[in-house]
Design a protein around this ligand. Structure first.
Ligand code: F6P
Length: 498
């Protein structure tokens, strides 16, 4: 694999955004795309035609097209773990055997959902999903974004090991009518297993005679779930080749499939598959995940940006920034190449963000006048939700569009404190509607963009060894096998009296 050579891209002229528009009358057509009900606009980024050409040459040098084919063919592109990366197969786009296996697992999930709906597990009204990281953030985003109007089941998703999280989640739940979904790819994650045990204790205290009879396991380690006490018939497996942060399409999406209904879950998969096909078949220069990655890399490699901001101007997408934090930072927060050599260029920026318009009144000061250049991504939905009044929705979208324009245009003033430098970049994603199909396409877009970034950076997006050390040290300290440093020992004795 070649080492990325950023010098042709760094050598390009740095033209202000307003000049880029003035110089190229077709800029809008060139830097916009419409895919699967989403309009993408990168015209307010500093990508000029020459930059796109330079990035396209870089993509060829890094064999992006070959890597993309390898991803969809189910080759073991996660080289450090010797695994294929098959979240797309969950949507029907991948190696035939993997697609067939995903369909069989989905059929099993659907059959269990049908049985639950038919009250085979009793009169279930509440779903308590415990999981963490990729086993919680995806389902949480789906249920929060799409489940507001649903009166099917109450869904609570608990991730934090802080007991308060569980206590608050179940405070209005009847243990007799609660289904506990334990979501863990490995079925060993400390937080999830402790939360699951506490949930069982809560059910027992609530008079449930057979609490394990109300448990469903969502896992790639069925043996461990059986050993923990879950009946084989209520285990919903998924493949090892589906990474945790890419797993909402598998049985990890169970609370969404049950909470929103199977048809909605299938539409989600179909929307993602539409984005898969776009990514797989569209030439690089018109390819949405590829163009987005070009813009990402322009700011990290050329302008030295260390963060990127994501602002959803829709309450239903308020969990998107947290979801993207794991997807992007756990995937591409790496310091060695695919070959294990240290990188000498920046990898993933820090993803952060919030919800508009709230964020405007909190953090946008820095975006407009601070010393950090932050590429901003705006997301809006054209069609309001039923309960959103026209007037509110209009204000929401007007504000989003005005912020992008203001960041780019700036404003001179004789008083420097009141001047806006402008020339600050943003991209905008406009969803026609927020439905399972468009949300599926949106999430798949982010997955592929993350992959393209990794390929062009020369790194592996699919391992996450960096999360292990802290976990190991906590376990060792719990077992009394670790003597920390002086500071941590002092804090330990203050915090836990140990
Ligand atoms: O600690 C990080 C991590 O391994 C994530 O990658 C993963 O999504 C999360 O923990 C949960 O893991 P599991 O699904 O195995 O419980």
């Amino acid at each position: 694999m070649p080492t990325p050579d950023w010098s042709p891209i760094k050598a390009l002229a740095q033209t202000p955004l307003t000049d880029l528009f003035a110089d190229d009358p077709d800029r809008l057509a060139f830097l916009t795309a419409d895919v699967a009900g989403i309009h993408f606009d990168w015209s307010k980024t500093h990508l000029a035609r020459e930059a796109v050409e330079a990035f396209a040459a870089h993509a060829d040098a890094m064999d992006l097209a070959g890597k993309r084919d390898a991803l969809f063919a189910g080759e073991a592109i996660n080289v450090t773990e010797g695994r294929a990366v098959e979240h797309s197969a969950q949507r029907g786009e991948g190696a035939p055997d993997s697609v067939a296996q995903a369909r069989a697992f989905h059929a099993r999930m659907r059959a269990l959902i049908d049985a639950i709906e038919a009250e085979a597990l009793g009169p279930i009204r509440h779903i308590l999903h415990v999981g963490i990281g990729g086993s919680a953030l995806g389902p949480d985003l789906l249920v929060d974004a799409l489940g507001r109007e649903s009166d099917r089941y109450d869904v609570a998703i608990v991730s934090n090991v802080d007991g308060l999280a569980l206590e608050e989640a179940v405070k209005d739940f009847d243990p007799q009518a609660t289904l506990l979904a334990v979501a863990s790819k490995t079925f060993t994650t400390t937080e999830t297993m402790l939360n699951a045990e506490s949930a069982i204790a809560w059910m027992t205290e609530g008079g449930v005679a057979d609490p394990y009879g109300q448990v469903v396991a969502l896992t790639a380690s069925p043996d461990k779930a059986i050993a923990w006490g879950v009946d084989e018939t209520r285990i919903l497996p998924f493949s090892e080749s589906v990474g945790g942060r890419y797993s909402l399409w598998s049985s990890i999406g169970f609370p969404a499939a049950l909470g929103l209904g199977w048809d909605a879950f299938e539409e989600l998969l179909e929307g993602a598959a539409e984005m898969d096909r776009h990514f797989r078949l569209t030439p690089l220069r018109q390819n949405a995940p590829v163009l987005a990655a070009f813009a990402d890399l322009y700011y990290t490699q050329v302008r030295g940006c260390e963060t990127r901001g994501v602002f959803a101007y829709d309450e239903r997408l308020r969990l998107l920034p947290s979801y993207l934090q794991q997807l992007e930072m756990e995937s591409n927060g790496k310091r060695v190449t695919v070959e294990g050599e240290p990188v000498t260029w920046p990898t993933a920026p820090i993803t952060w963000g919030g919800v508009g318009t709230d964020a405007q009144h909190a953090v946008f000061q820095l975006l407009h006048q601070g010393t950090h250049l932050v590429p901003v991504e705006f997301l809006g939905v054209v069609e309001p939700e039923d309960v959103q009044s026209e007037a509110h929705h209009r204000q929401l979208l007007l504000n989003m569009l005005a912020q992008g324009a203001a960041l780019m245009k700036g404003k001179g003033h004789e008083d420097a404190a009141r001047a806006y430098p402008g020339d600050r970049p943003s991209s905008t994603l406009l969803l026609d509607t927020l439905e399972p199909r468009t949300l599926g396409a949106l999430i798949a877009f982010y997955e592929h963009r993350t992959f393209v970034n990794a390929v062009l950076l020369g790194i592996n997006a699919f391992d996450q060894f960096g999360v292990e050390l802290g976990k190991e040290m906590a376990k060792a300290a719990d077992a009394g096998d670790l003597d920390f440093d002086a500071s941590t020992n002092d804090l330990l004795s203050r915090a836990l009296g140990a």
